[in-house]
Design a protein around this ligand. Structure first.
Ligand code: UDP
Ligand code: GLC
Length: 393
């Protein structure tokens, strides 16, 4: 389906993934807000397409199985095999981009394919970076390509946190003025609307233990999200159950299986509940007593943290990356160090034993989520950036 008539078509968004990751949830309200004058190109099909279309966004899928995974391995070994497909995809994006004023590239995978075609489309390029660009997450070749494109092909860079901006400045030598930090926005109303006055009934509906003290960890199952750290902690928290909400979105099935083995080995399998990917985050978050975030690497932003705050639940989060831009220790949440199992146990036990403290943190968290991370503020800041770039088009 095409969007509007050609003269109205201001923005072409490009996203590599059809999956429902945080970068896609960040793009969703923006694409919806701009739906009358934009289109989204997805480089692989998946459930994200339906989410966009439900919100009135025009979507075009330009998939290419050979390059649907431009990851470390592909960059290291498979260039020759993948090259013809990559060139076709760069060309296809450039053809569509020529009908728009601004090419908005979501994540660095889209940057590579969209920005390399700049000589053909000659459009203003906005790049929205969601990652901390460091060797912990990315291979050397990928970092080098991104460094070059960020310096030479992006007209404006938007980053999801100061932490992501800092890593990009270190990688590229670009000054802070070359990038705009825009924190994600969350639809807080979706969380306050959940009727949570009868928690046992809510849990019964979700298939969760009705009276147990319940910790929830929300996010895709991936080694760096650290679900294994939470299971290690659970072995030292005999009164606590843990629900893991999230799927192995990007081929992390072996990690998901290892979590089940770990729970068995530690004798806590009966207290760990695997819920898989769930749509209704507000209801699942309201059903728990505490929300854990356990990433072992610096989290670029961490939407689930702000969602947990909007759900008015106490959040324990690892204090690295963008998290310190969101959580203030013992004011609106609780900070632990990455991989610190003992610290996590202490945090959960303290909150379990002192419900007044847990409530105080949750109340402040809810206020902060609404005040600092609203979707309105997010959309305003993002559209300001796009409008400014458009004026140069
Ligand atoms: N999410 C979801 N269902 C799940 C697990 C996660 O809808 O079962 C959503 C969650 O609400 C959040 C996003 O996926 O908005 C994950 O974003 P985050 O920034 O926390 O992490 P990412 O996966 O992008 O690194
Ligand atoms: C990425 C990051 C996550 C961030 C999200 C939205 O997927 O891993 O930390 O919250 O993008 O910007």
């Amino acid at each position: 389906m095409a969007a509007g008539n050609d003269r109205d078509r201001a923005i072409l968004f490009v996203d590599q993934s059809g999956e429902l990751g945080g970068a896609e949830f960040a793009l969703l309200p923006l694409a919806a807000a701009c739906s009358s004058r934009s289109e989204v190109v997805l480089l692989s099909d998946g459930p994200f397409r339906a989410r966009l279309e439900e919100r009135g966004v025009s979507v075009r899928v330009l998939s290419n199985a050979r390059v649907s995974k431009i990851d470390r391995e592909a960059l290291r070994f498979a260039w020759l095999y993948a090259a013809p497909g990559i060139i076709r995809q760069i060309w296809a994006i450039a053809q569509v981009a020529r009908r728009y004023d601004v090419l908005f590239l979501n994540t660095q995978k889209a940057l590579v394919l969209g920005a390399l075609g700049k000589p053909f489309h000659r459009r203003q390029v906005v790049w929205y970076l969601h990652d901390i660009m460091s060797p912990a997450h990315f291979g050397r070749a990928q970092l080098m390509i991104v460094k070059w494109l960020a310096r030479h092909a992006a007209d404006r860079i938007v980053v999801n946190s100061q932490a992501s901006a800092q890593a990009l400045m270190e990688l590229t030598g670009l000054p802070a003025e070359a990038m705009s930090v825009v924190h994600n926005g969350i639809d807080a109303a979706a969380f306050t609307q959940v009727d949570a006055h009868d928690i046992p009934a809510l849990r019964r509906r979700l298939g969760l233990p009705q009276t147990a003290w319940l910790a929830g960890l929300f996010g895709r199952l991936a080694a760096w999200k650290g679900q294994h750290v939470a299971i290690d902690a659970l072995a030292q928290l005999p009164h606590v159950h843990l629900v893991l909400v999230g799927g192995a979105l990007f081929g992390e099935d072996a990690y998901a299986a290892s979590l089940r083995d770990q729970a068995q080995r530690l004798g806590v399998a009966e207290r760990v509940h695997f819920a898989g990917f769930q749509d209704d985050m507000p209801t699942w978050m309201k059903a728990v007593d505490v929300i854990l975030h356990t990433s072992t690497e610096p989290e670029p932003f961490g939407r689930v943290i702000v969602e947990g705050m909007a759900a008015a639940r106490p959040v324990v989060a690892t204090g690295a990356g963008g998290v310190s831009e969101i959580i203030r220790h013992r004011v609106n949440g609780w900070i632990v160090q990455p991989r610190d199992v003992a610290g996590l146990v202490e945090a959960v036990e303290t909150l379990r034993r002192t419900p007044e403290l847990a409530q105080r943190l949750a109340d402040q968290a809810c206020v902060d989520a609404q005040r600092r991370f609203s979707v309105e503020r997010y959309l305003r800041e993002m559209t300001d950036v796009i409008e400014e770039v458009k004026r140069r088009a």
